[in-house]
Design a protein around this ligand. Structure first.
Ligand SMILES: NC(=O)c1ccc[n+]([C@@H]2O[C@H](COP(=O)([O-])OP(=O)(O)OC[C@H]3O[C@@H](n4cnc5c(N)ncnc54)[C@H](O)[C@@H]3O)[C@@H](O)[C@H]2O)c1
Length: 254
């Protein structure tokens, strides 16, 4: 336990499991009080119970009014909001030819609209209370073509753009906004879909393809420390940036 984020108030969306849960643990281990939120209230509560300083709340990021109310409540009770991690995300494995507008919108509503609401209300609150750090969860799929996940990849590309614009709009208000773009990390989001990728891509072993491109499947612990850095003053000169953490996958053409 260190105190890089001592007395900081943080919100993590999608914190019930996976990357969000790991980031919540890492922020709290540096002294932050973390409000773990998720559409899965039980999962959020379990993550929060494991934290030194934490609480949980049910919040579906597709519900703009609920996101606004969550942030208003946190600021009313704690006097400030210092850190927002807009992490909640979903995916389906669907080729474009079979991707109905309904499937497209279902992913966009969480991965883009949900991030928009989280960024918008957090930035407004931070600007009014002396500044803060917003971290959006993008992906390397937002930087290159990503077969079978066109909706997901387009949302992540848009998240990178939103991150840049929000950083510029708020740079005079002490609010920094940066994105994390992980490669393939071994959470349910990826592991539950490995066989669908194998089927859709016509390959035998999705894990072997990932190993070839990244060296190995990423772990949540490969990503979470970066969130601490971006949340803290150590990253004070970083704004509007996208930080890739992918074992070198996006650096290589072969
Ligand atoms: N796992 C990876 O390889 C990877 C790579 C790049 C980016 N990401 C991104 O990281 C983020 C977290 O992904 P993960 O891998 O931990 O996935 P995960 O499936 O393990 O966890 C996602 C969490 O988001 C929550 N969630 C889903 N819809 C929600 C909603 N409408 N409102 C609030 N919470 C909701 C889920 O309940 C779950 O707890 C996502 O934005 C994802 O796109 C993941």
């Amino acid at each position: 336990m260190a105190d890089l984020l001592k007395d900081k108030i943080a919100i993590v969306t999608g914190g019930a499991k996976g990357l969000g849960a790991a980031i919540a643990v890492e922020l709290a281990s540096e002294g932050a009080h973390v409000v773990v939120t998720d559409v899965d209230g039980d999962g959020a509560r379990k993550t929060a119970e494991g934290l030194l300083h934490g609480e949980s709340a049910v919040c579906d990021v597709r519900d703009d009014a609920a996101v606004a109310a969550l942030i208003e409540d946190v600021v009313a009770r704690h006097g400030t909001l210092d850190i927002m991690v807009a992490n909640a995300g979903i995916a389906t494995v669907t080729p474009i030819s079979e991707m109905t507008l309904e499937i497209w919108r279902s992913v966009m509503s969480v991965n883009l609209d949900g991030v928009f609401s989280s960024v918008r209300y957090a930035g407004k609150a931070m600007a009014a209370t002396g500044g803060g750090s917003i971290i959006t969860m993008a992906s390397i799929t937002g930087l290159a073509g990503s077969p079978l996940i066109a909706h997901y990849a387009a949302a992540k590309a848009a998240v990178i753009s939103l991150t840049q614009t929000a950083a510029v709009e708020w740079r005079g208000h002490g609010v920094r906004v940066n994105a994390i773009a992980p490669g393939f990390i071994g959470t349910d989001l990826v592991l539950d879909r490995a066989s669908q990728f194998e089927q859709g891509l016509g390959i035998d072993d999705f894990g072997a393809v990932i190993d070839g491109a990244q060296g190995r499947l990423g772990e949540v612990g490969d990503v979470a420390p970066l969130a601490v850095f971006l949340a803290s003053d150590r990253s004070r000169f970083s704004n509007g940036s996208t930080y890739v953490v992918d074992g070198g996958m996006s650096a290589s053409l072969v």
